[in-house]
Ligand binder design. Structure first.
Ligand code: MN
Ligand code: MN
Length: 464
């Protein structure tokens, strides 16, 4: 007898139940991803990883059919073109972001109070401030000295490095000043001060009029090691991130706990997808952007004109003359995935999720037709024809996938870069990996979902 339920009902199950899953392949893929997460924590570092990977696979900068192009060390566009392709018919493009929520140093960060030296920070992106206190933090960034020479700084990742931290108040004294406050006020932005030292510089005999100074000792140490002075901070880009490596999570090691899944997970998988893509008959593009976490503004964000530079370079490499019309034509006719993570259903916070429509950990890569908030506001809402095309493609190729929507209606919401790319007229939909504890110092993703994100992206580039 016909199983009418199987024929008519749409049921999703835990992806690990799927008999075709190869756990070894999944683990191998995730091992490399964890190395990437552990060793490349800023957008500049992530771009350098991309460049090294691409060069290692025979891609060339700005030339040839397999090329990459970078911008300000914070963007990378990767293009592969079959011979005799017609760019004006559009490309298949995945756009993901490399920036992550973090703390940045202020231009005048260093000060001393009660013999403790601190660095003042200004947070970047949507963080819950209380999550950043009393934990090991690392410093990464670029700083230019008085001669304009660049110094790259990375302290706190090696186990022999010192780490830094922001002190929370002890519970013994926090009942009045902290515990009755709203959680968003429990730690303020101006309390996110990084503790960096306690030993004072002691003036010698001839400097009798001077006082001992912890701040001065820190500057002395920094000058000895990096040749920098206090003024150099004013123009530096220094990011404070959780120290330490990505870790397997759970007795069954089914998940990865790490800083930066949002959106390194989609960026990494998009990079691997375009590197490993085969038999694509259209030009394929991956664009990894910066500034998504602060609204995609700036000349390295998804609203910038760099996408046109990528397409312009593609025309040049094909020996064709790029102009405003054919670049627009290419973008207008393109198919796109906005590769970004989504908040996974959290059983401890059922009240904010709608279980039928939330992406779940372990249920595969998630496709979100729309995002936004309060009635899809600020969302590009993909077309039925396009999401159907992708759905059929995913099903035909046994990709474990699900639909996702960020929380209950009117509960909150969020946006991605999809709407900025949609302005060019291309078809675009969000597709990415579900994350638990998104935007926290330790986010959690399923290894299966991560691998399925890779599979889905590769399939999209090759066959969409
Ligand atoms: Mn994101
Ligand atoms: Mn985000």
């Amino acid at each position: 007898m016909e199983d009418i339920s199987k024929k008519l009902e749409y049921k999703k199950t835990n992806g690990w139940e799927n008999k075709d899953i190869n756990k070894d392949t999944i683990n191998e893929h995730n091992k490399s991803y964890m190395e990437f997460l552990s060793n490349y924590k800023t957008e500049r570092q992530a771009v350098s990883y991309c460049i090294d990977s691409l060069k290692g696979k025979g891609f060339t900068e700005k030339t040839g059919n397999n090329f990459f192009i970078t911008h300000k060390e914070k963007n990378v566009g990767i293009v592969r073109m079959p011979n005799n392709c017609d760019l004006t018919k559009g490309v298949n493009i995945i756009v993901s972001h490399l920036d992550c929520p973090r703390l940045d140093l202020k231009p005048n960060p260093l000060y001393e109070d009660t013999d403790l030296a601190y660095l003042k920070t200004h947070y970047y992106g949507g963080i819950k401030k209380y999550q950043w206190v009393s934990r090991a933090l690392a410093i990464h960034g670029v700083i230019y000295n008085k001669e304009g020479q660049r110094i790259d700084i990375s302290i706190g990742e090696d186990e022999n490095d010192p780490v830094f931290f922001i002190a929370d108040l002890l519970p013994h004294l926090s009942s009045k000043v902290q515990e009755d406050k709203k959680i968003k006020d429990a730690i303020t932005g101006e309390q996110l001060n990084l503790l960096v030292g306690n030993i004072p510089y002691i003036p010698d005999e001839e400097e009798k009029d001077k006082k001992s100074s912890v701040k001065l000792n820190i500057l002395k140490l920094l000058n000895e090691k990096y040749g920098i002075t206090e003024e150099d901070f004013t123009t530096a880009e220094i990011e404070i991130v959780p120290a330490g490596k990505a870790r397997e999570l759970g007795f069954d090691r089914s998940m990865i706990g790490a800083y930066g899944h949002d959106d390194r997970v989609c960026s990494y998988n998009a990079l691997q997808a375009i590197i490993n893509a085969k038999n694509y008959d259209k030009p394929i593009v991956v664009w990894l952007v910066d500034k998504e976490e602060i609204g995609s503004d700036g000349n390295t964000g998804a609203k910038s004109a760099f996408i046109k530079q990528i397409i312009k370079q593609a025309f040049i490499n094909l020996g064709e003359k790029p102009d405003a019309i054919n670049i627009d034509e290419c973008l207008f006719n393109s198919l796109a995935i906005s590769g970004d993570v989504t908040g996974a259903y959290d059983p401890d916070w059922k009240e904010v999720f709608e279980s039928r429509n939330s992406a779940k950990i372990g249920y595969g890569v998630s496709m979100e037709k729309y995002g936004g908030s309060r009635g899809k506001s600020g969302s590009s809402d993909a077309n039925a024809e396009y999401v159907t095309k992708l759905r059929l493609l995913l099903n035909k190729n046994n990709i474990v996938w699900q639909t996702g929507e960020l929380g209950k209606v009117d509960e909150g919401g969020g946006g991605t870069v999809a709407k900025y790319l949609a302005e060019y007229g291309m078809e675009i939909v969000d597709m990415g990996t579900p994350v638990l504890a998104m935007h926290s110092p330790m986010e959690c993703c399923s290894k299966l979902d991560i691998y399925m994100t890779y599979k889905a992206y590769k399939l999209f580039l090759e066959k969409a």
